[in-house]
Design a binder for this molecule. Structure first.
Ligand code: SF4
Length: 341
C-alpha cells in the first residue's frame, strides 16, 4: 500500500475535502467476485492509498478506465462504501470517525449523482415522493412545504412542477438524470460526487446535463468530484484533473497544463485516444494496448508497467513516488525522476 498525494499549492484553508491515504480493499471470499473469478481468497485492491484535496467551489475531475477504482474512491469518500484505511476530512470534520447518526447529519452536505438515474429511482414512487422523502427524513420540510420545495427543485433543474406527479419510467434518460440532480440538491449540499453522470446519455443530452451542472455549481457555490472515463468530458468540466490507474493517482494538475503537456505515459495514452480536445496541443500518438490488469494481485512496481511502452527494469520492481513538476503538475513515473536528477 502506498500513498499518492494531491496537494494544492494555494492556501490549505480553502480546502473543503481532504482525503488522506484512503484505502478500499474488498474481501472477495464471500462475494460474487470470488465465485466469478474462482479466486475466493483474494483481496480486491480497488483504492490503494489515495490522498487528495478538493478546494471549495472547484471541480476536480477524476479520470481513468472502467475498473480503475474511481467510483469506489468517490463512494468511499462519502462512506457509502466503508474505507479500509485512511481519513476523509470534510470541512475540518473527520468523516471516517463518525458514528452512524453523525454521518446521517453530515450526509446533507455531501451528496452523489449516479450514472444510471433509473436504477437509483424507485419505479413505484412518484417524483414528489422520491425527492420529498429525502426532505422529510432529514427534517428539512413537512406537509405542504414538501410540495413547494419539490416544485422549486424541479424548476431549478429545468423540469416542470407538474412533473412531480409522474413516475420515473415516464421520463427520458436526460430528464431522469435531471431528477437525480434535483434529489441530490434537495438537502442543500456543498459537495457532490458526480459519478459518471453523463456516461449513459446521448451526446446531445450530455451537453445539456454538463451545462446544467456547471450553472448549478456557480449559482449554489457547489464543489464537485466529477468522475468519468471520458477525457473530453473531464477536460471540459474540470478545474484540475487527477488521473487514476488501478487504485493509484498517477498524475494530477491544473486542467490546461495537464491537457497541453501530459507527462505520465498513461495520461498521454488517454489523450491520444481522442481526436482533439479544445485548447490542447496534439501530442504524439501513444496507443494503449492490453487490458487493465485485475485489482486482485495487481502488477508490482509501477502498476502500469505491463502496458507502458517506456518500461525499464526499475519499473517492474519499484513503485515511483509522485514528483512535483512545474506549473502544478505532479506525476508518478521513473522517467520523470530520471529527467529531474
Ligand atoms: Fe512507464 Fe516506468 Fe513510468 Fe511506469 S514508471 S509509467 S512503467 S516509464
Amino acid at each position: 500500500m502506498s500513498t499518492t498525494a494531491i496537494k494544492q499549492p494555494t492556501a490549505s484553508d480553502t480546502a473543503l475535502v481532504k482525503v488522506n491515504n484512503l484505502v478500499k480493499h474488498y474481501d472477495s471470499r464471500s462475494g460474487l467476485w470470488g465465485k466469478l473469478t474462482g479466486n475466493p481468497g483474494s483481496l480486491v485492491q480497488a483504492v490503494d492509498g489515495v490522498s487528495l484535496t478538493i478546494q471549495r467551489r472547484e471541480t476536480l475531475g477524476l479520470i481513468g478506465e472502467s475498473g480503475c477504482g474511481k467510483s469506489t474512491l468517490g463512494r468511499a469518500i462519502l462512506r457509502l462504501h466503508e474505507p479500509t484505511h485512511g481519513k476523509v476530512i470534510f470541512d475540518g470534520i473527520d468523516v471516517t470517525a463518525m458514528s452512524p447518526d453523525e454521518l446521517k447529519k453530515i450526509r446533507r452536505r455531501m451528496q452523489i449523482i449516479f450514472q444510471d438515474p433509473y436504477a437509483s429511482l424507485n419505479p413505484r414512487k412518484t417524483i414528489e415522493v422520491i425527492i420529498g422523502t429525502a426532505l422529510r427524513l432529514q427534517g428539512l420540510a413537512r406537509g405542504t412545504d414538501i410540495r413547494s420545495r419539490v416544485s422549486q427543485l424541479l424548476e431549478n433543474v429545468g423540469l416542470k412542477p407538474d412533473h412531480m406527479t409522474r413516475f420515473p419510467h415516464q421520463f427520458s434518460g436526460g430528464q431522469r438524470q435531471r431528477i437525480g440532480i434535483a434529489r441530490a440538491l434537495a438537502l442543500n449540499p456543498e459537495f457532490i460526487v458526480c459519478d459518471e453522470p453523463v456516461s449513459a446519455l446521448d451526446v446531445s443530452i450530455q451537453a445539456q446535463i454538463i451545462q446544467l451542472l456547471d450553472e448549478l455549481k456557480h449559482e449554489l457555490g457547489l464543489t464537485y468530484l466529477f468522475i468519468s472515463h471520458d477525457i473530453s468530458v473531464i477536460g471540459y468540466v474540470s478545474d484540475r484533473i487527477a488521473v487514476m490507474y488501478l487504485g493509484d493517482i498517477v498524475e494530477f494538475g491544473p486542467t490546461k497544463q495537464l491537457l497541453n503537456s501530459p507527462k505520465h505515459p498513461y495520461t498521454q495514452a488517454l489523450l491520444s485516444a481522442v481526436p482533439r480536445i479544445e485548447g490542447s496541443k496534439k501530442s504524439e500518438r501513444l496507443k494503449l494496448t492490453g487490458e487493465l490488469p485485475s485489482p486482485i494481485n495487481p502488477p508490482g512496481g509501477c502498476k502500469f508497467h505491463t502496458r507502458c511502452p517506456y518500461v525499464k527494469d526499475l519499473c517492474r520492481v519499484s513503485k515511483p513516488e509522485i514528483q512535483q513538476l512545474q506549473h502544478g503538475i505532479n506525476v508518478a513515473c521513473h522517467l520523470i525522476e530520471d529527467t529531474m536528477r
